[in-house]
Design a protein around this ligand. Sequence first.
Ligand code: SF4
Ligand code: SF4
Ligand code: FES
Length: 230
Amino acid sequence: MLFMHLKLKVFRYNPETGERKYDYFEVPYEEGMTFLRAFQKIKEEIDPSFSFRAFCRAGICGTCTVFIDGFPKLACKEQTLPYVLSEQIVTVEPLDKFEVIRDLVVDNEEVINRMKKFRTWIKEYQGEVRIPPEVNKKIEKGADCILCSACQSYCPQVLEEEYAGPLFFAKIYRFLEDPREEDKEFRIKEALEGHLYHCLSCNKCNNACPKEVEPATLIRELMLVKSEIS
Ligand code: SF4
Ligand code: SF4
Ligand code: FES
């Protein structure tokens, strides 16, 4: 255990010089070390300029998502031990399809703008509402979304500018089925404006989601509701 190392090939971007490169780091393994802990050790002990984003360290805030060997993962949840034992060099990169600000930090502006555009909240609601278990079952997956963008970064259709993306379709479905949402037509209109039917049903977003929201499954549910309404 004492002499095991995590071998990392990490993407670096310096906005001051415009340089893009990969740096190699060997991080001594410590018990229970996640990728986020490894990033912190690099910053504290090897290179203080190394930049990444994290907050809760508990898989809740959705800020630490990075690509690990080409697959989106929450750095604070992903254990390093299997990679250490395999002795492979692990490639760590910022989220795909996002503009890089520095090293592993990406620009979330587009996601925030889309959250406003698709009104990812319930309009003012007066009074009390009881949500039956069968309705709760429909909305709980979408409500579990932590906005980590893993699905957005892994969805091939997100390259299409007007395509809303799995994160937003999961949210639209969640609000469509919420009894407090009075304007169901509005939610369907949102889905169509986001090019709902351009989804390839490839399930990549289902595989990428760390919270088992299953956006692709919710997209298919959204299409079913749309066909029942119209
Ligand atoms: S199922 Fe649809 S939303 Fe999900 S990754 Fe594939 S194209 Fe994107
Ligand atoms: S649906 Fe899943 S992968 Fe997509 S943003 Fe929400 S939690 Fe992340
Ligand atoms: S730091 Fe919050 S989800 Fe990883």
